[in-house]
Design a protein around this ligand. Structure first.
Ligand code: FPP
Length: 254
């Protein structure tokens, strides 16, 4: 099999990749196993993709690990997922530090179990000086909530007189989101054959290339990531301009 990595153009990589890791349950069921087994195997894919992004020099990788809507799953599955998150971070934090990966969390942090908040806070602190890959975990995350909270924050500033309505612009809005300071994802990958965004980074994905693959998350490996990157590199990102303009203009945000 050709190693797809040799075909990836290192000069045209996205700075930020966002992934909806879907299909853990189906992958496990297809093997006659409990859904939670799929989540455990999903962690192996997480490790592999974090590793690949680090090797490629990707700046940001955002993983949708637990949505605000996931609280509605059976309690046993929610508990197992929280335990898995805590144990994985506890086990991996030394390697994250060694591999120059900086951990961030976005989402409704206060709604997470205390032990999870504590583990995440410690890991973010331990990795805070790292300068390589920024690994962003979306936990108890809802893009609509994020946009509503940003709006509320801006309304409060306007009401208190610290901000004039005419000063509200994209830059200010972005600074009020959970992802303040992060570049927008240029590539969003969703595994497992669903072609939806499901309340993930709705504001930030405005110009992202969307890549959907039938591969379930626990089966998603480095070669699958390279395949997604090759697909991304074949696309022309126009940002509303014409194809002719893009051929002669390399400043898409101008
Ligand atoms: C979606 O599959 C997956 C999740 C809701 C959880 C993803 C979490 C992990 C892979 C663990 C992450 C761990 C770290 C440390 C980031 P699904 O259960 O919705 O699958 P289905 O659609 O087949 O039911």
């Amino acid at each position: 099999m050709t190693d797809l990595l040799t075909m990836v153009d290192r000069s045209k990589l996205p700075k930020h990749i966002a992934i909806i890791m879907d299909g853990n349950g189906r992958w496990a069921r297809e093997r006659g196993e409990d859904r939670v087994y799929g989540h455990y195997e999903g962690v192996v894919s997480v490790r592999e993709i974090v590793d690949a992004c680090g090797e490629l020099g990707i700046d940001y990788l955002t993983l949708y690990a637990f949505s605000a809507e996931n609280w509605n799953r059976p309690k046993a599955e929610v508990d197992a997922l929280m335990e898995l998150l805590v144990n994985t971070i506890r086990k991996e934090v030394d390697d994250l530090k060694k591999n120059n990966v900086r951990l961030h969390v976005i989402g409704d942090f206060a709604s997470l179990p205390e032990v999870c908040q504590k583990e995440m806070t410690e890991a973010m602190e331990i990795t805070s000086m790292n300068t390589g890959l920024n690994l962003v975990l979306a936990l108890s995350y809802s893009a609509r909530q994020e946009i509503l909270f940003a709006t509320r924050k801006i309304a409060e500033m306007a009401q208190s007189g610290t901000l004039k309505p005419e000063d509200i612009n994209e830059d200010l809005f972005q600074r009020c989101l959970n992802t303040a300071g992060f570049p927008d994802p240029e590539l969003m990958i969703r595994t497992s054959g669903e072609n939806r965004i499901s309340n993930f980074l709705l504001y930030q994905l405005a110009y992202a290339e969307l890549y959907f693959t039938p591969v379930h998350w626990p089966a998603f490996r480095k070669q699958n990531l390279y395949e997604a990157l090759l697909d991304y590199q074949r696309r022309e990102r126009r940002f509303g301009k014409t194809s002719e303009q893009i051929q002669t203009d390399f400043t898409p945000h101008a």
